[in-house]
Write a protein that binds this ligand. Structure first.
Ligand SMILES: NC(=O)c1ccc[n+]([C@@H]2O[C@H](COP(=O)([O-])OP(=O)(O)OC[C@H]3O[C@@H](n4cnc5c(N)ncnc54)[C@H](OP(=O)(O)O)[C@@H]3O)[C@@H](O)[C@H]2O)c1
Length: 262
């Protein structure tokens, strides 16, 4: 199936590794140009050159999305260098292990800014660029801690639930401009960040990271974690021209870890 992504321009936040990088690769495989950002230059440059090797235009911008200024800088640089923007993927974020007692003001600020406010600010600054097209797409990467109880996941549960509300509001506001807005909701995805995070979580739960990982795997119906590329391929469909009538939804890619009905 031709997804209609060839020569389109996509902007993906926080994409030098993990799920964002995988989404960038899945889009590049469809001939879509990409702009990505991160804070660490070395890793960003490596990912950009891997993407360019696929024959698309790929641009890397060093930006810290924990402030509105960082989000605006990324969008403006991406628009200038790509020429236009049809697709925005709000991916940046991640869980910071901690409890109500241990999470201080600075940790909360990072958690809320990077997991929720970055999506709001990048959307704010990208909307006028997106509106210059016949159709455009916004995809927010949330997580299943926003849809069902994941004990201890303070740093993501609250922003992820907020993203689900933001998604619905934006889908309603931007529908008239033929901009669809959806959430993708990953479960346990085997990204680099789970190395240190898994160690920290295991310590709090008085177990080993190996046991922690197999415990999460056994909670899924498929009995395993997913590879980032599995999320990337679903994301490519969700932001494509082919996905023309889905908006305001949250699409899970969780291997069946969620148990609610309806
Ligand atoms: N992995 C999972 O199991 C899972 C499950 C559910 C939801 N998710 C969601 O999926 C998204 C991606 O997760 P991931 O596991 O792929 O994350 P990851 O491996 O930690 O990658 C995060 C990316 O974002 C960049 N980044 C982090 N903070 C940034 C900042 N302040 N400004 C700009 N760039 C920043 C990182 O590069 P630098 O460090 O160089 O900036 C990196 O490229 C997150 O929203 C996460 O909540 C993940």
């Amino acid at each position: 199936m031709d997804l209609g992504l060839k020569n389109k321009n996509a902007v993906i936040t926080g994409a030098s590794q993990g799920i964002g990088e995988a989404i960038a690769h899945s889009l590049a495989d469809e001939g879509c140009n990409v702009a990505i950002c991160a804070r660490n230059k070395e890793r960003l440059d490596k990912t950009v050159s891997d993407l360019q090797a696929k024959g698309v235009k790929a641009i890397g911008v060093i930006a810290d999305l924990s402030s509105e200024a960082g989000c605006q800088l990324f969008i403006e640089e991406a628009a200038k260098k790509l020429g236009s923007i049809q697709i925005l993927v709000n991916n940046v974020g991640g869980m910071i292990p901690g409890t109500l007692a241990t999470m201080d003001e600075s940790t909360w600020s990072t958690a809320i800014n990077v997991n929720l406010m970055a999506a709001i600010y990048t959307t704010k600054h990208a909307v006028e660029h997106l509106k210059n097209n016949e159709w455009a797409r916004i995809l927010n990467v949330t997580g299943f801690s926003g849809t069902q109880l994941l004990p201890g996941a303070l740093s993501t549960t609250i922003p992820n639930a907020g993203l689900i509300g933001f998604n619905k509001l934006m889908a309603n506001e931007l529908g008239a401009s033929n901009i669809t807005v959806n959430n993708i909701c990953p479960g346990m995805i085997n990204t680099e960040s789970w190395g240190p995070r898994g160690e920290a979580m295991a310590k709090v739960r008085n177990t080993t990271s190996k046991e922690l990982r197999s415990g999460f795997a056994s909670q899924t119906m498929l009995g395993r974690w997913a590879e980032p590329s599995e999320v990337g391929d679903l994301a490519a469909f969700l932001v494509s021209q082919k996905n023309s009538y889905m908006t305001g939804t949250t699409v899970e890619i969780c291997g069946g870890i969620t148990r609610y009905i309806g």
